[in-house]
Design a protein around this ligand. Structure first.
Ligand SMILES: Nc1ncnc2c1ncn2[C@@H]1O[C@H](COP(=O)(O)OP(=O)(O)O)[C@@H](O)[C@H]1O
Ligand SMILES: [Mg+2]
Length: 254
């Protein structure tokens, strides 16, 4: 028998008022796999991602994690389920330092009092770095920025900090929404290598416009168009799928 999928969505439908953003979509991500979700603008990629991140509750459908049926998670329950995500864009706390942003990721708390108390512990003059924070900053090659305020970071560094923050809870499945968005060739190359290293023993769900990234790092790809799953397969299968090519050309994307 196979190991159960790390993550499985079954027949997920999402309605926003009269708009059906996802229609009967099923996907699964196995341990050790990088799974890509692609599709033209408005296809429902971010909506699918938001369903998995506790930001959108579907009209219908089921979620299985490690073969166990689960309720749709709330945002604060994600880390406990082994899931962690980065959002489209960056979404750091702009007035906090890089290290503080990571600590917020570690606690996954939105309660300001708790946050303040926590940061108070690290806000003293010696600014001792938490060892977990330090390890992840080193792993992502951004230790030099630890004390820098998030709003003053170069864009590619802030994307990397967002990724670092997502790693703080030691997720078994990482959900990345357009991690390559706005990055140059060097940072994209770095990101590809990061994803390939990370997935060893873990899994990644990747929503991405950059075909180059998708084709290079994904084991399997699902293609959405107008909320509908229109194809599913290996990068080579997807590249040659006429329906996929039509969906992209029909929407003016490449
Ligand atoms: N919170 C929302 N309320 C209403 N409509 C939404 C919401 N989020 C997304 N949509 C709509 O759902 C469709 C899919 O959007 P989205 O998932 O963002 O697509 P993608 O990420 O593939 O570009 C679009 O038509 C979009 O306008
Ligand atoms: Mg999107």
């Amino acid at each position: 028998m196979h190991d159960p999928a790390a993550l499985r969505l079954e027949s997920v439908t999402v309605d926003f008022g009269g708009l059906r953003a996802l229609n009967d979509v099923s996907i699964e991500i196995n341990p050790g796999e990088v799974v890509g979700i692609i599709g033209p603008n408005g296809a429902g990629k971010t909506t699918l991602f938001n369903v998995l991140s506790g930001l959108v509750t579907p009209t219908s459908g089921s979620l299985y994690i490690g073969g166990v049926k689960r309720k749709w998670p709330k945002v604060h329950e994600l880390n406990g389920l082994g899931l962690s995500r980065t959002l489209q864009g960056v979404g750091l706390f702009s007035e906090l330092s890089v290290a503080e942003n990571l600590l917020v990721g570690a606690t996954n708390s939105k309660k300001p009092n708790f946050l303040k108390a926590l940061l108070g512990l690290y806000g003293g003059s010696e600014r001792k770095l938490d060892s977990g924070v330090q390890r992840i900053l080193e792993e992502l090659e951004i230790s030099d920025y630890a004390q820098q305020i998030a709003s003053s970071l170069p864009y590619p560094i802030s994307k990397r900090v967002a990724l670092a923050r997502a790693l703080m809870c030691d997720p078994s499945t990482l959900l990345l929404d357009e991690p390559a968005g706005g990055l140059g060739a060097q940072d994209i190359a770095w990101l590809k290598q990061f994803v390939l290293n990370f997935r060893i023993g873990k899994s990644v769900l990747l929503v991405e416009h950059h075909m180059d990234v998708i084709m290079n790092v994904c084991d399997r790809i699902y293609v959405l168009n107008f909320g509908q799953l229109i194809a599913h397969g290996t990068p080579a299968e997807i590249r040659d799928n006429p329906e996929v090519i039509t969906a992209y050309l029909g929407n003016g994307a490449h």
